[in-house]
Design a protein around this ligand. Structure first.
Ligand code: MG
Length: 497
């Protein structure tokens, strides 16, 4: 076996374990009976530690070291080796004792978060969150950083992302979104009451499958199921799972979850199969992943062109519920904007204030500028400041997200980046495919998917986000694309002069 084959062999074996863990994790959310939790946790932890052991072993490190100077490798092979080597160096910075401690605290913090949420009382969770925070601070020291401790955590989700890059982006959010939001709140509100009529579960499901197939989701290489929180997980490029949720008295719940997760899934299905388990067969970052889901959910799935095609079909599924609702009324309802407390239910404009608030809090926590016990107050002050509302309780405020209990600090900003990248990619695709709008109006999505496959999916992790964005659009992340997109859309939806 050549050194490259040895490297490939171990990396793919570790990936086998990671994908097997994904099957167990998927089952946990979709089918597992409650009593299965204990041993499922043990099984997942065994698989994770075995994979970690292989990927941090000295022999793996030596193989990577040898390959780094091997001139016989082709370009793909060199890229895989380079990226695996970077992963290896980063993984090695965390001693196993620390990784275990973090895993243990994650499980304790998660339980205490769930309990606090159930009882609507932050004080139950506070001591465990404080312990988690001190572990995350320790992690920033172990990783090391140049300017801000937060940089080292951001890098886990979006390689190369720093506070110095994010601050100016969120400055633009703070400058440019409030004037638009003010215009919208001063305009006449659109009506979406009819979303709350009765929409039978099976019909909502059938319609979502119809949409997913049109988007190009390959049902022979994936499937959709129900879970409490929608998500996408992949076992290989030809077995990608998405989940959605249903509310028979709220039409907006199922469909856009399906489209969102469908966008994630198209990315996974589009990764090169011959690079299975290797960096070039993996998604580049959370921000780019989210750009794929947001592009389909919002730029496509909440567009006028999309509903020009799908609305008559939808009316056949729900003739009584949508009787007397013209397509323009439906389109406006789909794009209703209103400040609200829950991030996951927020519209395209106010969503980014939810992310901004979490970004500012995470930064302040790592700087030591907010004690954990003061979080509910700080949270409410920011909701008042940015959205003019405040939470009546902890459950709808500081306890709404699971992320911090899992130790995922640095994750939230990728949600906003996803939307901003999505607008920029969609803008470019609309230039490159000259009748894209007409194609969408006639339910034709294959050229758009082809564009995404060509400019994003096929590369795996070969380029970092910023570089990939430059290659695809001619420039790095530019907030202007997103701002133009929402200004155009909401000026029309809210009839703003
Ligand atoms: Mg997502």
């Amino acid at each position: 076996m050549t050194s490259y084959e040895q490297y490939k062999n171990i990396t793919q074996k570790a990936a086998d374990l990671q994908f097997a863990s994904a099957v167990l994790g998927w089952d946990q959310e979709v089918y597992m009976p409650p009593k299965g939790a204990h041993y499922r946790g043990q099984q997942l932890s065994t698989l994770a530690s075995q994979a970690h052991e292989w990927l941090t072993s000295d022999s793996y490190g030596n193989t990577l070291q040898d390959l780094a100077s091997d001139k016989t490798l082709n370009e793909e092979q060199q890229n895989n080796v380079r990226l695996s080597h970077e992963d290896y160096e980063k993984n090695k910075k965390l001693p196993s004792s620390f990784v275990e401690e973090l895993a243990r605290q994650t499980s304790i913090s998660f339980d205490s978060w769930a309990k606090a949420r159930k009882e609507n009382k932050f004080s139950i969770y506070e001591p465990e969150l404080a312990k988690m925070l001190s572990l995350k601070k320790k992690q920033t020291e172990l990783y090391g950083y140049d300017k801000h401790p937060y940089d080292s955590l951001l890098d886990d989700y979006e390689k190369g992302l720093t506070v110095a890059i994010l601050d100016p982006v969120f400055e633009k959010v703070k400058e440019q979104l409030p004037p638009l939001l003010r215009k919208i709140t001063n305009a006449q509100q659109v009506n979406n009451d009819f979303f709350h009529k009765h929409f039978p579960k099976q019909l909502q499901w059938d319609f979502s499958v119809n949409v997913l197939q049109k988007m190009g989701f390959d049902m022979q290489a994936g499937r959709q199921d129900y879970s409490e929180h929608p998500f996408t997980t992949s076992f290989a490029p030809n077995d990608v799972r998405i989940t959605t949720r249903v509310d028979e008295n709220n039409f907006s719940s199922l469909l856009w979850s399906s489209i969102h997760e469908g966008g994630h899934a198209l990315y996974e299905q589009g990764l090169p199969e011959n690079e299975y388990g290797l960096p070039l067969g993996s998604a580049v970052s959370l921000g780019i992943h989210e750009s794929q889901s947001r592009l389909w959910e919002n730029c496509v799935g909440r567009s006028k062109a999309f509903w020009k095609y799908f609305y008559p079909i939808l009316q056949q599924y729900f003739p009584a519920q949508l009787d007397n609702i013209p397509v323009t009324g439906f389109y406006k309802a789909v794009n209703k904007v209103q400040p609200s407390l829950i991030r996951t239910e927020a519209d395209e404009v106010t969503y980014h204030f939810h992310v901004l608030i979490r970004y500012e809090i995470e930064k302040a926590l790592l700087e030591g500028n907010i004690p954990v016990k003061d979080l509910p107050g700080a949270w409410n002050d920011m909701y008042k400041k940015y959205l003019g509302i405040s939470s009546p309780d902890d459950k709808q405020g500081i306890l709404q997200d699971v992320h911090w209990s899992h130790g995922m600090l640095g994750y939230f900003p990728t949600y906003s980046l996803g939307s901003f990248y999505a607008a920029q990619f969609f803008e470019q695709a609309s230039k490159d495919i000259n009748d894209l709008h007409t194609q969408i109006e006639s339910g034709e999505f294959s050229n758009l998917l082809h564009w995404l496959r060509t400019h994003i999916h096929q590369y795996g992790r070969r380029y970092q986000s910023e570089e990939l964005c430059k290659k695809a659009t001619g420039r790095g992340l530019d907030f202007t694309s997103f701002m133009n997109y929402i200004e155009n859309k909401y000026t029309e939806v809210y009839d703003i002069k």
